[in-house]
Design a protein around this ligand. Structure first.
Ligand code: HAM
Length: 425
């Protein structure tokens, strides 16, 4: 038997109802903040992620699904392609390619699968889903304003509250500008130099190439050393500090709670200034339900115009997982309103009735005239229909049908024209 590849999985009903429920709520909230959907390809040129996300990150150095295209045309021969490990780089590429900056401030979102070759465990998959949103545009359109950072964070709080996810925790930090970070990296290098030999192989390399990435280390033995390292907060310049203070001030004014976590640097290289994660206790080790931040230099790094931006990605698998504790999939699933049960030879008449009822936006399960009445009742009960509608020769002739409420057992005769209203009532 051929099984799904390790780290990938099938999403089956009824659980998919929960996914639909989440996506409907998300689209609703995004609409209220005037975000619009963008769809970009699930694979891109490898170079996009190398340059966008950063060569030294775990994502690019270890986790990408990359292959060489075997296209016959000279133009695609040997081109290195990669399944997207995240959405931001592709969205910024599309922003540059289609000159979206001409439209002013862009508020964009997308929902779809991402791919990372991580060790699979609860809440961590190799194909997982993100709900990603970005605000990006020329600085003249206000893309750099702390008001945008706060708006994004307030929107997330609204969304989680609306979904009924209660005990989330917003961890907030500023990772400064590249300028601030030059000084920070210098200090980190200095602090790491005498101790790096005692650290894991990855950290020894990071200490030289990209010391900030030492904070991504998960090796328990390295943590006491990492604890002693300088924090970015001490290296923020005047502008970064002011920006960060302004974000916090708005958050306090709108009543969104947060905790400053000065160790939070995020695992992607493009971040500048505001960086954040929302965690949720019930998720266990993989407790980050979403993450994001500012990436003011990303467009330029990809060869585009200056285009400050801020965004986030929610791990939809993890969001559904935190939701499923209190909201079983069955509770958001719409069961059939009515099971239409044709007696012998009545398939056509029943199909006509079902068609009429569905046009009244009822959920209709249509039976089969090969079923005896008893079997039809069993089938109606099994799918959880509220009513069963019997379609026999006499009923069709009289144009009056017997409708039975499967929960109460109450049975009534209803003329064809009144069926939809009676079922909905
Ligand atoms: P990220 O922190 O790498 O950020 O991923 C965001 C979220 O995706 C995580 O918090 C987690 O919920 C989920 N996630 C990541 N990897 C996995 C996995 N293997 N299995 C299940 N869920 C996972 C980004 O991707 C940035 N592009 C976010 C962003 C948008 N920053 C600015 N704009």
């Amino acid at each position: 038997m051929i099984k799904a590849v390790r780290g990938t999985r099938d999403l089956l009903p009824p659980e998919t109802a929960l996914w639909n429920f989440v996506e409907a709520a998300v689209r609703d909230v995004f609409r209220a903040y005037n975000f619009q959907e963008i769809r970009t390809p699930i694979f891109e040129a490898t170079e996009l992620f190398a340059r966008g996300v950063g060569e030294e990150t775990d994502i690019v150095s270890k986790e990408m699904y990359t292959w060489e295209d075997r296209g016959r045309a000279e133009s695609d021969k040997g081109q290195s392609l990669t399944l997207r490990p995240e959405a931001t780089a592709g969205i910024v590429r599309a922003y540059i390619e289609h000159k979206l900056g001409d439209r002013g401030l862009n508020k964009l979102y997308c929902i779809g699968p991402m791919f990372r070759r991580e060790r699979p465990q609860k809440g961590r998959y190799r194909q997982f889903y993100q709900i990603d949103a970005e605000i990006i545009g020329p600085a003249s359109a206000g893309s750099e304003s702390p008001a945008r950072d706060a708006e994004i964070l307030e929107m997330l709080a609204t969304l989680l509250d609306r979904l009924g996810i209660k005990d989330w925790n917003l961890e907030l930090n500023s990772v400064g500008t590249p300028n601030d970070r030059t000084a920070f990296n210098e200090a980190l290098r200095k602090a790491l130099d005498p101790v790096k030999e005692k650290m894991c192989g990855d950290c020894q390399r990071r200490a030289v190439t990209n010391p900030l990435r030492v904070f991504d280390c998960k090796v328990p033995e390295d943590q006491p050393i990492i604890e002693t390292l300088p924090r970015i907060t001490q290296f923020l310049g005047e502008d970064s500090r002011k920006h960060f203070d302004a974000v916090q001030e708005i958050l306090r004014a709108v009543g969104v709670e947060f905790h400053i976590n000065d160790r939070l640097v995020r695992g992607l290289d493009y971040y500048t200034r505001t960086a954040f994660e929302f965690t949720h206790g019930a998720l266990g080790a993989q407790n980050a339900i979403l993450g994001g931040g500012r990436y003011d230099g990303l467009s330029e790094a990809l060869g585009g115009p200056p285009a400050p931006g801020i965004g986030f990605a929610i791990g939809e698998d993890r969001l559904v997982m935190s939701l499923a504790e209190k909201t079983p999939a069955e509770s958001v699933l719409r069961k059939p309103d009515v099971y239409v049960a044709p007696m012998a030879g009545m398939n056509a008449a029943a199909a006509r009735l079902a068609r009429e009822l569905r046009r009244h936006e009822l959920v209709v399960e249509l039976g089969d005239d090969a079923f005896r009445l008893k079997k039809s009742f069993e089938a109606a009960t099994k799918v959880g229909a509220k009513y069963i509608l019997i379609v026999g020769e006499n009923e069709v002739t009289a144009d009056v049908f017997s409708l039975k409420n499967l929960a109460t057992g109450e049975q009534v005769s209803v003329p064809r024209g009144e069926l939809a209203a009676k079922i909905r009532a």
